[in-house]
Design a protein around this ligand. Structure first.
Ligand SMILES: Cc1cc2nc3c(=O)[nH]c(=O)nc-3n(C[C@H](O)[C@H](O)[C@H](O)COP(=O)(O)OP(=O)(O)OC[C@H]3O[C@@H](n4cnc5c(N)ncnc54)[C@H](O)[C@@H]3O)c2cc1C
Length: 302
């Protein structure tokens, strides 16, 4: 990749930062710098930027709220795009339908739906990411997930073209979709059902309470490290294999939920990754099950 950073910097001003440290954009609070970090002011500026960099063979990564992402210590030799507050608008379209910017936080979307008496989005109140990340991950909890409420998304594809994609054109599976990696989600339309605010608040409170009881909060983590794809949940396999007390430096496993890996202070991404590999190997040896990562690990190894 050879990008003329001076020209880009001049053209995009404060929207573009060279060698931005990414640790503050990840829930793990870990990660090296991005060669180019771009936070567009609006869609037009984003399209213009993509047009500028398309001619180069760049590595492009879209970052949401960073709650499901471990960024390696050597950072990203390429471009990181993060949609900011300008992409977080939430709008009522019909009495049971809302349009949401990809950078809107899940919790805010859940509260907006609640304020408009729309049920079906309560589960978003306990997922700490943004809507873009939630769609890519088909995020969910307690029996609900994004695929059930999503009507359509607006994206920019890898050729810089804007497109609308309907729910039935997307393949959703457990904690994932077939949306191509370099597509940038701009916004989504969600449909719920009209209900009473009282019932919606009650459901939100129940889910938040369940979460608090079973999962740690206020910690530096990426949530569930491995997918629950198997007959047994990942945390059970980890516990049964005697891995729940393993650690590498400050990379530890939560005492409350052993599928949550935690940066207890000065852990490096390499510590978390070594811990992940240790647990994977041990679980495979003890149970025969190959755990599959739920968190995304991004960046260059060296
Ligand atoms: C404490 C804690 C609890 C959690 N609980 C749950 C839970 O109950 N259920 C659950 O499903 N998850 C849970 N998670 C994981 C995480 O919150 C979800 O996966 C979340 O939806 C990720 O959103 P994000 O914006 O943080 O995504 P990121 O981590 O920033 O990115 C995730 C993926 O989405 C892509 N992406 C992000 N935005 C866009 C965009 N605009 N366009 C294209 N691609 C994009 C990224 O490239 C990446 O591939 C939890 C995490 C934590 C830390």
């Amino acid at each position: 990749m050879k990008l003329n950073t001076d020209i880009l910097q001049k053209k995009f001003g404060k929207s573009l930062i060279i060698k931005e440290n990414l640790s503050k954009y990840s829930w793990f609070n870990i990660g090296g710098p991005a060669d180019i970090f771009f936070r567009p002011e609006n869609k037009e500026q984003l399209l213009e930027f993509l047009n500028q960099i398309r001619k180069n063979n760049y590595q492009l990564h879209i970052l949401g709220a960073g709650s499901n992402t471990l960024i390696r210590d050597s950072g990203i030799k390429g471009v990181v795009i993060k949609l900011g507050s300008k992409f977080s608008n939430i709008k009522l379209l019909e009495k049971d339908m809302i349009e949401v910017g990809a950078a809107a936080l899940d919790r805010k979307v859940s509260d907006f739906a609640q304020n408009n008496d729309i049920s079906g989005m309560e589960f978003l109140s306990c997922i700490p990411g943004s809507i873009g990340g939630a769609i890519i991950m088909n995020s969910g909890c307690y029996g609900s997930d994004i695929s059930e409420i999503l009507t359509s998304i607006k994206i920019i594809d890898d050729k810089g073209k804007e497109k609308e994609i309907k729910n039935d054109e997307i393949k959703f599976y457990y904690r994932g979709t077939d949306i191509p990696k370099n597509y940038i989600i701009l916004s989504a339309i969600f449909k719920g059902t009209v209900s009473s605010k009282q019932l919606i608040v009650k459901k939100q409170e129940e889910l938040i309470k369940r979460k608090k009881e079973s999962q740690p909060s206020q910690i530096k983590t990426g949530g569930s490290t491995f997918k629950n794809n198997n007959k047994k949940k990942a945390w059970m396999l980890i516990k049964e294999s005697g891995c729940d007390k393993l650690y590498v430096g400050d990379a530890k496993i939560s005492e409350k939920h052993c599928n949550f890996f935690v940066n207890k202070g000065k852990a490096k991404a390499s510590d978390i990754e070594r811990l992940i590999n240790k647990v994977k190997k041990e679980v495979k040896t003890k149970t025969g099950v190959s755990l599959e990562l739920e968190i995304k690990i991004i960046g260059n190894e060296k």
